[in-house]
Each structure stands twice: as C-alpha cells, then as structure tokens.
Design a protein around this ligand. Structure first.
Ligand SMILES: NC(=O)c1ccc[n+]([C@@H]2O[C@H](COP(=O)([O-])OP(=O)(O)OC[C@H]3O[C@@H](n4cnc5c(N)ncnc54)[C@H](O)[C@@H]3O)[C@@H](O)[C@H]2O)c1
Length: 465
C-alpha cells in the first residue's frame, strides 16, 4: 500500500469513528418520535368509585376564578390568567390593600377583561369560597394558608389550585386527599416545573423508552434566596425566613420531586415507600445575618434551625431511587439538577445539559445534539402553545403552559395533569424529611395516599379531548 493509500485508509477509519460516536447516536434516537405522553381521553380509563385517580368533572365553558394572595406569585398569575380564552377572574384578594388595588389597575382596569371584585380582609377567602359564581380558587398565599384555603374551597364546592407546597404536614396531606375524595372536586398543586420545555420532552422521551428502565433520579431546589429572605419588602412578613428559623429538612421539595415523580410513574404503577434524610448544620443564614445586616435589623444575630443543605434519599416499591436536595442559603447557581439514569440512557439538566445513550455512553452528546433531541421529542400539544407561552411568559413560559393545561382540562371535563395524590405525596416530604433528619437520618415510611390504588393505571398521561 502506498503512503497516499495509507492516508486515505486512516482518514476513512477516522470518519467512520466520528459517525459511530456522534452521528450514530443521533440516528438511533431519531428513529422513533411519538407523542406518548399526551393521549385522547376515553371514559373507559380507570375511574375508581371512591378515589379520585383520573377524576373527571362536568366541563366548564368559562372557568370563573378567584385569586387569593397577590404577592409575587399572585400578581404573576394575574398577568397570565385573563389572557387565556374562557377565563374570567371574578375576585382578587390580599390583606395588603395596596397590592389589591395596584393589581386591579395594572392587570384589569386598562384592559377589556372582566373587572374582578376586590377583597382586603384576613378571612375574606372564606367569603370568596362561599360565592356561587366561582369555579376555581387559585391560592398564592404563604405556605400556612395553603391547606386551610384548599380544604375550605373544596368543601364549598370549588376546584382548587394551590401553590407549592400544597401542605406542610402529613396530616394536612391526608386532609387534602380525603376532602377531594369526599367532595369529588379537583385539587391541583401549581407545580410549574413539570412544564419546562426540557423536562416535558424528557418525560416524553422516557415514555418512548429512550432511557430503558429508569433506575435513579436526582432533583433539587438549590436557589440562593438569602437577600430575598432578609428583604423587608419581598416576602410578606418574612414568612419564608420565619419558616427557616423554626424547621429543618427539605422545606420545599416539589420543584425537584414533581418532574421525577411523573417520570417514575409514581402512583401510576409505582410508589414511594420510604426515605432517609440528612441535613448539614446551619451556617449560611447566621453568617449572612451577622455580616450583612445593620445593628438595627430585627434579624441581626438571630439563630436558625434549617441546615444549609438537606439531602433526602427515597426508595420506590419497584426498587428505584431518588436523591433530592434543598439549599436556599449558599452562594450557588440555581439548580433543580434533574438527572435521570436508566438502563439505556442518561440525561441531566443542571448545571449543564448532558445526555448519553448506550452503547456510546462514555461521552455526552454535544449542546446542539441535545437541543435537537429535546425539540424532536417535544410533544405536539406543547409545540402548539409554545410561542404564546414564551410571549406571555412566567419562568420562560412554563407557568403559562401550567395554567393553560389546567384551564383546558377544566373546560373539557378531563382529568388534570396533576392530582391530589401528587400534591400529597410530594408535599409530605416536608414533614417526613424533617422527622428523619431529627432522628439521626432513620428510615421513615411514606404513606400510600391512594390507599392501595397506586397500581391501577400504569403510566402518567396528560389528556386531550
Ligand atoms: N411555583 C413557583 O415557581 C413559585 C415561585 C415562588 C413562590 N412560589 C410559591 O407561591 C406562594 C407565594 O409566594 P410569593 O413569593 O408570592 O410570596 P409573597 O409573600 O409575595 O405573597 C404572599 C401574599 O399573601 C398575602 N396574604 C397573607 N395573608 C393573607 C390572607 N389572609 N388573605 C389573602 N392574602 C394574604 C400577603 O399579603 C402576600 O401578598 C408560596 O407558596 C411560594 O412557595 C411558587
């Protein structure tokens, strides 16, 4: 063989290798692309007599909403909700009259939208729940009021959508479940992270069997909230800081856990059985309060119970594991981790996107290949509303998709994407992680809020009419 022929042979093998390593992976994942996650509803799908798995309620032409709590989240909701076709905001409420009036002026007065009634008193949410011209109570207050308002709303014949976490104790979780079962009203937790474009495509990929059997998942809420927590104006009455002062464990589990729970089909074929949890000592808040606050600040020199980093490990009935972290007091970039490891593939969102598939699993696909894959598996139902979601916004569009899906399902009498069992399971981690942490990281059982019905449907499905 001449030198020239030899160079050609080496070049040919090099090109083949590149094809095998990179293009081969893309070809493999391009071969199927089905919308497995979204499916048309048929009434024959499992509907229990007493439980509320796949609960359907009569369709609502117009969804008449009351928004309670007009702080950061409530006002963001008012920016979105009136723009969804078929929505009428009937009432808005907050104990801060400035927020009520300024929201009214900002989001309603200068637009064509229906002008909502305004409420200002501490217990006005009860009056609102008793009204007969409202279908859905949308709760955006601080945590302590989530379950009390949700339960009262359902007892007064209203559906309820409640910010995260929906409950703070296992008793509250049971209360939500029992009330939804008794009243046959929807109780949905407003877990928006399910609908981020990356997460929802990965869920669709998993349902297309791209990762094989899912084995392990990791999620988190890592968000440096120190300056916001100590701000005199950001959170009403320092409610978030007060919580960190009195409690340990994972105080905000749902953004990390929600998307993983749907990937693992929790209470749709599997269930979380027990957890162990461990917290670091508290360092960050006292350092911040000692070094950054003036001597006159009421928080100067205060002590806090919440350890900076909490790590919780959860095992499922089918032997899958979940690692969940919570840290809102360290100088770290925002992260929900969002890692999935299966028998055939791997994906991770934070701190940088990474994705690989067997057998070329030693190296991640590059950024363009990952973006292409995510786009490829984006469900059509999401593609159709993506531009509007981005235009209207709310965490880049996922908040709009969450609201849109909620309203779409209510208007069409469909089961909601998240149910009361999701709300209870994910929120129960607040108290259970605290308990395990306090008792030296002992295993703690996670209740089966479905009371034995976790295996009646075999996968997560979001429904279409
Ligand atoms: N899903 C997300 O991405 C996301 C992001 C941030 C916050 N949240 C959640 O949203 C909720 C609200 O957070 P926020 O940042 O808007 O807090 P916030 O402090 O800005 O708002 C809470 C509001 O509740 C009002 N309020 C207090 N008592 C009331 C009562 N009796 N009746 C009516 N209103 C009352 C307060 O005046 C305040 O305006 C929390 O549960 C939080 O965990 C979710």
């Amino acid at each position: 063989m001449s030198l020239k022929e030899g160079i050609w042979v080496v070049f040919f093998f090099f090109i083949s290798f590149i094809n095998y390593e990179f293009i081969g992976q893309i070809k493999e994942i391009d071969s199927t692309n089905h919308d497995q996650l979204f499916s048309y509803w048929t009434n024959s799908l499992y509907q229990g007599e007493r439980n509320v798995i796949n609960l359907t309620c009569p369709p609502l032409d117009t969804v008449r909403i009351a928004v309670i709590g007009l702080g950061n989240r409530g006002q963001m909701a008012l920016e979105r909700l009136p723009k969804i076709k078929g929505v009428k905001v009937i009432a808005i409420a907050d104990i801060d009259s400035n927020k009520v009036n300024s929201s009214f002026h900002k989001y309603f007065e200068q637009f064509e939208f229906f002008k909502p009634d305004r409420y200002y008193l501490e217990n006005d949410w009860k009056e609102i729940c008793k009204r007969t011209d409202i279908d859905l109570i949308y709760v955006c207050t601080h945590w302590d009021l989530h379950t009390p308002i949700a339960v009262y709303a359902m007892e007064n014949n209203k559906h309820v959508a409640v910010e995260v976490p929906a409950a703070l104790t296992v008793k509250e979780c049971w209360n939500l479940v029992k009330t939804s079962e008794k009243t046959r009203k929807h109780c949905i937790q407003l877990e928006n992270c399910m609908y981020d474009f990356f997460e929802i495509s990965v869920l669709n990929m998993a349902q297309n069997n791209k990762f094989g059997e899912l084995v392990h998942a990791e999620g988190a809420y890592i968000h440096d909230l120190r300056s916001l927590n100590f701000s005199k104006t950001y959170y009403w009455d320092f409610w978030r800081l007060r919580n960190l002062q009195k409690t340990d464990g994972n105080t905000y589990p749902t953004h990390g856990l929600g998307p993983l729970a749907h990937l693992l089909n929790i209470h749709r074929g599997d269930r979380m059985t027990y957890l162990v949890s461990m917290s670091s000592k508290e360092f960050g808040l006292s350092k911040y309060s000692n070094e950054k606050l003036s001597d006159e600040n009421i928080w100067k020199g205060e002590t806090f119970t919440k350890g900076d980093m909490n790590t919780t490990l959860i095992r499922t009935y089918k032997g899958k594991t979940i690692m969940l972290q919570h840290d809102v007091t360290s100088p770290r970039p925002y992260s929900r981790i969002f890692t999935i490891s299966g028998t055939d593939g791997f994906v991770q969102k934070y701190p940088i996107n990474s994705m690989s598939f067997s057998p070329q699993s030693h190296r991640t696909l590059n950024g363009d290949q990952i973006s292409d894959t995510i786009l490829k598996y984006e469900p059509s139902a999401i593609k159709n509303i993506k531009q509007k979601a981005k235009d209207i916004g709310g965490h880049g569009g996922m908040d709009y998709i969450m609201d849109y899906r909620l309203i779409y399902c209510l208007q069409n009498g469909l089961p909601l994407d998240q149910d009361v069992y999701d709300a209870a399971e994910w929120s129960s981690i607040v108290e259970l992680s605290k308990k395990s942490t306090k008792k030296g990281s002992i295993p703690i059982n996670i209740p089966d809020f479905t009371k034995g019905n976790w295996n009646k449907v075999n996968k997560v499905t979001y429904f279409l009419k």
